[in-house]
Design a protein around this ligand. Structure first.
Ligand code: ACO
Length: 429
């Protein structure tokens, strides 16, 4: 068997042999298929890139049919149980697990870069009292490029490293300050004695106490949630980071574009929709009627189904377990009972079984965030903090990949041609 595709152009009768590599053909190879020398070659049309690989990547592997997610080859279940967010961040960025020395160095640097320039605080304070924290995060990450103009030198690996460390370190500071801003509370400076998640909690919740005393169970749950969100191969926001990064702009500008993509309801916002749905259902007795409505096409069961996973989203299983730890501290969110019963009924129902619809990462995450007293606007901010190492690992891979070019898709032009322009004074006469 030859690894190639024989394509016959029925317009001309010509046949072409197109090589198949790694289960793909090069779209550019189709360019040789032409009606004649004066017409452009065949291109592919793929809105949303549903069947187009845009890069080679060794960061994250997903098998959606089997429900497998691996970072650099390590199963997400093992990382969530036995690792921590900063070690996972190192793994994503560097491609392998750290030695003790590398780990200590990495944690030390991230911890000591959590502070931001005082002027960042000043401009964050200039946002409206009701500014959305995700808008504040996006703007302030983009603005960091003006504080670190050397970040534009993306071809220097050492320079890239320091910007990566800065961004992972400062993201919780900016996210927490955006949260405090909406509450009219003073911004809290980082506490370098605390772990990554504990320091984040301190910046979110500290009031007049001299030192914030985080509950280790909550800190662990937050750390696990960050791990679960750390990367997910070529999703919308990662594609945005790569696309903007392909212009060779600095990483702050590229990541700020990723935050913009994540802000959208089709990407980062589904867990809020789950909460609204659960609240509307209200109690278990209403579930059968709700499920009937979904099956009749009146609405969707939010938090179920995924473009890639046609099995239980492995992240949803881990979050479900994390719920127990959080609710032990905060008390059970009454909506949990509704969610669990809803899941049980849906997983046994022919409609959902046939379409391979299983709980996704968002089905339980909103319940935890709500129990931690985060308003829904903060959900995507938490997602962005977790996703930062993934964006940066993918950005770095893009910069080092000799095959990558500036992202510049083709179009199928559908407008007018060759019109004759009539000046305004004649048209309006
Ligand atoms: N509830 C009811 N039916 C559903 C659902 C759902 N949540 N999801 C898909 N279906 C049905 C569709 O109606 C369709 O049925 P049909 O074949 O009879 O027409 C079939 O399953 C396939 O659905 P598609 O929309 O083609 O699947 P697609 O891969 O395009 O969509 C998506 C995936 C957007 C996630 C979808 O499952 C959905 O809307 N889910 C609810 C929203 C949600 O939870 N989003 C979070 C995703 S995870 C994340 O982004 C981090």
């Amino acid at each position: 068997m030859t690894d190639s595709l024989t394509v016959r152009d029925n317009r001309t009768g010509a046949e072409y042999e197109i090589p198949i590599t790694d289960g793909t053909i090069k779209a550019a190879d189709l360019g040789q298929i032409k009606l004649n020398d004066d017409t452009p070659g065949i291109a592919t049309y793929d809105p949303g890139f549903v069947n187009t690989a845009s890069c080679r990547s060794s960061v994250t592997f997903i098998d959606g049919e089997k429900g497998i997610l691996e970072y650099r080859g390590y199963p997400i279940e093992q990382l969530a149980e036995k690792s921590n967010f900063l070690e996972v961040a190192y793994l994503l960025v560097h491609g392998e697990l750290p030695t003790k020395e590398q780990y200590d160095h990495w944690v030390h640097h991230i911890t000591y870069h959590t502070f931001v320039h005082e002027n960042v605080k000043a401009f964050m304070q200039g946002f409206r009292y009701d500014a959305h924290p995700m808008g504040m995060l996006m703007a302030s990450v983009g603005a960091l490029s003006t504080f670190y103009p050397e970040a534009a030198n993306i071809s220097d690996p050492d320079n890239r490293q320091i910007q990566i460390i800065r961004m992972i370190a400062k993201m919780p500071t900016l996210g927490a300050w955006a949260f405090r801003h909406a509450q009219g509370k003073p911004y809290v400076y980082p506490d370098n004695d605390l772990s990554y998640a504990e320091n984040f909690m301190s910046m979110l919740f500290k009031m007049s106490e001299v030192k914030y005393d985080p509950d280790p169970r909550i800190a662990k749950a937050l750390d696990t949630l960050f791990i679960l969100h750390a990367d997910h191969e070529q999703n919308c926001s990662t594609n945005a980071v790569r696309s903007v990064g392909s212009s060779q702009v600095d990483p702050y500008s590229a990541v700020s574009a990723g935050i913009g993509a994540l802000f959208g309801p089709l990407h980062g916002g589904a867990n809020e929709a789950v909460l609204k749905m659960l609240r509307r259902i209200g109690n278990k007795s209403e579930i059968p009627a709700f499920i009937e409505g979904v099956k009749n096409g009146n609405e969707r069961l939010m938090g179920f189904g995924h473009r890639v996973y046609k099995n239980y989203d492995p992240r949803a299983k881990i979050i479900k377990k994390a719920c127990d730890d959080v609710f032990e501290v905060t008390g059970v969110n009454p909506l949990l009972e509704v969610a669990q019963e809803l899941e049980k009924i849906a997983l046994e129902d022919e409609y959902f079984v046939k379409r391979k619809l299983y709980p996704n990462v968002d089905f339980y995450s909103g319940l935890i965030y709500e129990a931690l007293e985060f308003p829904p606007e903060m959900f995507t901010v938490l997602f962005a903090i977790g996703r930062t190492p993934g964006w940066l690992a993918q950005w770095q891979e893009l910069i080092e990949d000799k095959e990558q070019k500036i992202a510049r898709p083709k179009q199928i032009y559908t407008g007018d041609r060759q019109l004759t322009f009539v000046p305004a004074e004649e048209r309006w006469a």
